[in-house]
Ligand binder design. Structure first.
Ligand code: C2E
Ligand code: MG
Ligand code: MG
Length: 560
């Protein structure tokens, strides 16, 4: 057999599946060759040994020697006599005990597995290995130490800078609730490991608080270096994590700020990075944002918006508008959709797009949604005939479990017949705790209230949900209807209408703005339409007038 050199091994290893670098684990894993050189290792391996990936390609004994010189002789014997087994290393500094398992692998490679025996007394290759502990997190620089580092920083030259990369995990609170605290802390550990992996040895990786980490970069060309790191982090944290047998997907948003002089730093740098992170989260999950001066004003306005949203209900600043829905066959009005508006003093009337998501995040949507339900039922009870009212329900309203009682109470208080009430839900609703949601939907249906699926076609699993619950109506999202029609959007609309016919579910097209759109939908069997072609949303006091003067295809310009 030809002798094979270490460089060659390294190439082989890194070009094959034996790349251990990306393995998330609280156990250290390393692959070594017959010379005991480290060919591949994960972050935990170096981290447990108080070392860094700079040792890749060097002898494993140089790393173990660093923390426990007394072990070197015995380890050398095990490694070079091709023995298997384990050996306990005791750190000369903090006395932590690390158990190093040495396994045979495909000759001439050996696989090393390293565990913190001080934490896991019951060592096993199974659960002991993945038992939650905060070893990586707790060994990172903490918030106080980070602030001290920032305030002590002095530029070493005129082009030196200090960059702060603040990383916040998106939706960590929900993940925490879903996977439990132990698994969530495991997830933080793995995130920390991945951050260590992307950082240079000159960077400082800190655990800031909650789901937030900070990487400090000095002596790098900015903003290019921090930007490149941020891009790499976004990409790396988007890759799934495997925890307790479950695949966990998260993303991270990143705020970036840089200081060029000592005056920039004191207290400001982390605040600037926080503001940038806040903005990144507002823009899109999994994005990064550099601090800009105008952010301070923008974020102040956002905070004011939050404060006034919390008071808006009490100050009676909400109002419902009603948008007509018409039958395509008889061309008669069949009902109205209730659409909330916020009449904000000085600022004017705000559309739900600018505050519903915020109300959901602030936990205000329960109260606002209840108000909308009670108000819509009360106002609709005064409408003539059997006109229905459709009310949008936020997924969050299903979470505290008393939606059914609220609906009952709204019907009783208003005297509205249940068959005149329809709830509109989007498929986002069904993603979380599907069983519990479906149970509530059945209870709502048992009251005689119908349920429509709103914005059909915009999510991922509409079809699956249609299979789980007998929706009375599919509302075809306006993005397929209004604007310029393409062969593709026409084909999609046609397919949804056929689906409705086959499943015996009514179809309503949203966003019908022109006669041409209306005629195409009617010719293809769509049953109902909503959109500016029928009428724009009107305030409650104009509904009766709208109904009385309604003539199909002549939207009353005074009312609209
Ligand atoms: P949605 O339920 O899909 O409501 C339809 C939206 O499309 C409304 O916007 C409506 O004004 C607009 N629209 C209707 N026809 C046309 C048209 O022909 N052309 C165009 N360009 N737009 C049209 P709005 O009132 O801004 O509501 C936006 C979204 O806010 C609603 O979408 C709904 O998801 C949510 N929403 C509204 N009211 C409530 C509420 O009381 N509670 C909750 N949770 N969400 C609400
Ligand atoms: Mg709707
Ligand atoms: Mg819709």
């Amino acid at each position: 057999m030809q002798p094979v050199d270490a460089d060659h091994h390294l190439n082989v290893i890194t070009s094959t599946a034996f790349d251990l670098e990306s393995v998330d684990s609280t156990c250290g894993l390393a692959l070594i060759d017959k010379e005991a050189q480290i060919l591949s290792a994960n972050t935990a391996f170096f981290h447990l040994l108080d070392s860094s990936a700079d040792h890749l390609g060097k002898s494993v004994l140089s790393v173990t020697n660093n923390i426990d010189p007394s072990a070197t002789k015995r380890l050398r014997q095990i490694l070079f006599r091709d023995q298997c087994g384990f050996y306990d290393l005791t750190s000369k500094t903090d006395k932590k005990v690390l158990r190093l398992h040495i396994s045979g692998f495909r000759q001439p490679f050996r696989l090393l597995l390293l565990e913190n025996a001080s934490i896991n007394k019951q060592l096993t290759y199974g659960n002991g290995c993945i038992a939650g502990n905060n070893s990586v997190i707790s060994s990172l620089v903490d918030k106080n130490a980070l602030n001290a580092l920032i305030s002590e920083w002095k530029p070493s030259g005129s082009d030196d800078s200090l960059a702060t990369i603040m990383i916040g995990l998106d939706g960590f609170k929900q993940v925490n609730e879903t996977i439990g605290r132990a698994n969530a802390s495991q997830l933080l550990n793995f995130v920390a490991q991945r951050l260590l992996r992307v950082s240079r040895s000159s960077d400082t990786v800190a655990y800031y608080e909650g789901d937030t980490f900070v990487i400090l970069q000095t002596n790098q060309a900015q903003p290019s270096s921090a930007t490149a790191t941020a891009e790499r982090i976004v990409e790396l944290l988007q890759r799934p994590f495997l925890i307790d047998g479950q695949q966990i997907n998260i993303s991270a948003s990143i705020g970036l700020a840089t200081a060029h002089s000592e005056n920039d730093t004191a207290g400001n740098l982390t605040k600037h990075a926080e503001l940038a992170l806040f903005e990144a989260k507002n823009n899109a999950r999994g994005s990064y944002q550099w601090f800009e001066r105008n952010l301070e004003k923008k974020i102040q306005e956002q905070q004011e918006l939050e404060v006034s949203l919390r008071r808006a209900l009490f100050l009676q600043e909400f109002e419902l508008f009603y948008q007509p829905q018409a039958s395509m066959q008889s061309k008669a009005l069949v009902g109205f959709e209730a659409l909330i508006r916020w009449n904000r003093p000085i600022k004017g009337r705000l559309s739900p797009h600018s505050f519903i998501a915020l109300a959901e995040n602030l936990g205000e949507i329960q109260k606002i949604g209840k108000w909308a339900l009670f108000t819509a039922c009360k106002e609709a009870s005064a409408w003539p005939g059997t006109l229905k009212v459709a009310v949008n329900i936020s997924p969050k309203q299903f979470e505290n479990g008393n939606l059914v009682e609220t609906i009952k109470a709204a019907l009783t208080a208003s005297g509205l017949k249940p068959e005149r009430l329809e709830l509109e839900i989007t498929e986002g609703l069904l993603i979380k705790d599907i069983q519990n949601t479906i149970k509530q939907l059945w209870a709502i249906q048992a009251l005689g209230v119908s349920v429509a699926m709103d914005d059909f076609g915009t999510g991922y699993s509409s079809l699956n949900y249609l299979n789980s619950f007998p929706f009375s109506k599919i509302k075809i999202d306006q993005s397929f209807v209004r604007g310029k029609q393409t062969d593709k959007s026409r084909a999609l609309v046609k397919a949804v209408i056929s689906l409705g016919l086959a499943l015996k579910i009514q179809t309503l097209a949203e966003g019908v703005e022109t006669k041409q759109q209306f005629d195409y939908l009617a010719a293809n069997g769509c049953m109902e339409a909503q959109g500016y072609y029928i009428g724009k949303p009107v305030p409650a006091h104009k509904v009766r007038m709208f109904v009385n003067s309604f003539q199909f295809n002549s939207c009353n310009k005074d009312l609209c």
